[in-house]
Design a protein around this ligand. Structure first.
Ligand SMILES: NC(=O)c1ccc[n+]([C@@H]2O[C@H](COP(=O)([O-])OP(=O)(O)OC[C@H]3O[C@@H](n4cnc5c(N)ncnc54)[C@H](OP(=O)(O)O)[C@@H]3O)[C@@H](O)[C@H]2O)c1
Length: 261
């Protein structure tokens, strides 16, 4: 373990499965203190137990990113338990399902409730959680925000309404925040896997579609090295970037940065 994150405190939303769980494990395995947030229930409990069993410094907090009161309660709980927050990872998200692969699907087929649920989780949720947790960083004189997004090609592909626009909105918000928070010592960056990734979001139909069309499926640890880098001293001062997990090594090379996990 060359990177030692002891004393580094992280809150990750959507830490109960998929890439959020993997990123939490990666940071924990390097000594960080990590709070995994997700809607309360057996999924969150099981994820917590799995990580706690490894002896990691892990905590779980129920938090529904669509619900302002729930987010505020989680922030209050966090403040009572920790004296600072070093990194906030906005990762909780929901997808569109299989519509994008159905050529007959039109945007007007999307139920308004589904449209709203996706925008509320993937965009407004990032705002609500940042609004509740970033002030802790301001008070502490700095911190790191990482917003999980998707590839630009996915964002703008037909069939991706409203998932794509929800992610586009979250990304432009990240760019604005990276500028607004810069002088407060807070860095804001965006990461994404770089393709379809096997996670809790994956349905059997999706898996089949990818297999049948010989398309690659990424593993949920695809962003682990990227998140470790962003938590490390090497990333100090880096802000306003979008880094693709699958292409992280190339990104490092293009920036002339050497980084070993
Ligand atoms: N999989 C892909 O191909 C892919 C590609 C690009 C980007 N992404 C993005 O990657 C991120 C992680 O997703 P994943 O693919 O790892 O899927 P996942 O395994 O389904 O993880 C999603 C996480 O979000 C949580 N979540 C959902 N709604 C929530 C809410 N209202 N409040 C709090 N937590 C909530 C879920 O926890 P609970 O259900 O326990 O609440 C779960 O922990 C998402 O932002 C997604 O958009 C995924």
């Amino acid at each position: 373990m060359s990177i030692n994150l002891k004393g580094f405190t992280v809150l990750i939303t959507g830490g109960s499965s998929g890439m959020g769980f993997e990123m939490a494990k990666e940071l924990l395995s390097h000594g960080a203190t990590v709070v995994i947030g997700a809607r309360g229930g057996p999924k969150l409990d099981n994820a917590y137990e799995k990580l706690a069993k490894e002896g990691y410094d892990v905590y779980a907090v129920p938090l529904d990113v669509r619900d302002e009161e729930s987010v505020t309660n989680a922030a209050t709980w966090f403040n009572e338990h920790f004296n600072h927050l070093d990194m906030l990872i906005n990762n909780a998200g929901i997808g569109t399902g299989m519509e994008s692969n159905n050529p007959d699907h039109q945007f007007y087929d999307i139920p308004v409730t589904s449209f709203k649920a996706i925008v509320e989780t993937n965009f407004i949720g990032y705002f609500l959680v940042s609004r509740a947790f970033v002030p802790m960083m301001v008070k502490n004189g700095g911190g790191r925000v990482v917003n999980v997004s998707t590839s630009t090609s996915t964002m703008t592909r037909r069939g991706m309404i409203p998932y794509g626009p929800s992610r586009a909105a979250a990304e432009t918000m990240s760019t604005i925040l990276s500028e607004e928070l810069h002088d407060l010592g807070i860095m804001v960056n965006v990461i994404c896997p770089g393709g379809f990734t096997e996670t809790g979001m994956t349905t059997e139909a999706m898996r089949e579609f990818f297999h049948q069309n010989n398309l690659p499926i990424l593993t949920p640890d695809v962003m682990n090295k990227t998140i470790l880098f962003l938590a490390s001293p090497k990333a100090e001062g880096l802000t306003g970037e979008k880094i693709i997990g699958k292409e992280f090594d190339e990104w490092l090379k293009s920036r002339n940065i050497s980084f070993k996990d």
